[in-house]
Design a protein. Structure first.
Length: 235
């Protein structure tokens, strides 16, 4: 196993994990309980967006306080009035529960008002995408071979700088894990072949509600719980 990228929002590793297991973990991400805005009472809305569109945008705002219980809710209020030039109403107007306060909700002009009360509850991504904490995806690791004429294909380093680089006058592989190409893409580049091995590039990205490592471990816990339920039925 090899770590190839690690940031607060994203982790990518090369692993010999079975594809069926990787897919099971990917699907289990949407079994993790996540807090999101589920209802909105809109009392004033002079903006160019319909109430339904604003409610939809509110549901997509990542929120903190993920420790809240399933039967509880968090209430947030927003009341703004435009003064002068057109301005953005930002998610931070909802309070400290917002992960990214600079996220735009709607534009308002001079004298326009938006007033609402939003209520956030815990849910799961299997019921609605707004309850998803992030995304997990994977791909087979590319096996790239460069020989003969392939060493002179400098154009590949210009078009795909994350995958190829020039070492002097010869084309070299920079990062096979970044490769999203296949042999069909190499038909006009003789001397360069692309295949795939059994290893996969496994990536976890967070929308901000949970840390990346927590998304992975919670997805594994959800998968384990579902397997335990199946096991009980079979027994």
């Amino acid at each position: 196993m090899e770590l190839i990228e690690k940031t607060p929002e994203k982790i990518s590793i090369v692993s010999d994990m079975n594809v069926s297991l990787a897919n099971a973990i990917r699907r289990s991400v949407n079994e993790i309980p996540i807090l999101a805005i589920d209802e909105a009472d809109i009392y004033k809305n002079d903006s160019v967006l319909y109430d339904e569109i604003i409610a939809h945008r509110l549901g997509l705002i990542p929120l903190k306080n993920q420790s809240i219980k399933a039967d509880q809710s968090v209430e947030m209020k927003l009341s703004v009035k435009g003064k002068g030039d057109v301005e953005n109403v930002l998610a931070g107007e909802l309070g400290d529960s917002v992960v990214y306060p600079e996220m735009p909700i709607v534009l308002i002009g001079d004298g326009q008002e938006v007033e609402l009360v939003a209520r956030a509850r815990v849910g799961k991504g299997i019921n609605h995408a707004k309850f998803s904490p992030g995304i997990v995806f994977y791909k087979h690791l590319a096996k790239i071979k460069i020989s003969g004429d392939g060493e002179r294909q400098s154009e590949l380093a210009e078009i795909y700088p994350e995958v190829f680089e020039m070492f002097g006058e010869k084309l070299k592989i920079k990062n096979a894990a970044a490769c999203d190409l296949d042999q069909g893409d190499m038909e006009i580049y003789p001397g360069v072949t692309i295949g795939f091995d059994d290893n996969i590039v496994f990536t976890v990205e967070s929308w901000g509600q949970l840390e990346v490592k927590d998304i992975f471990t919670d997805a594994c816990k959800a998968l384990k719980g579902n397997l335990s339920e199946v096991s009980k039925v079979i027994k």
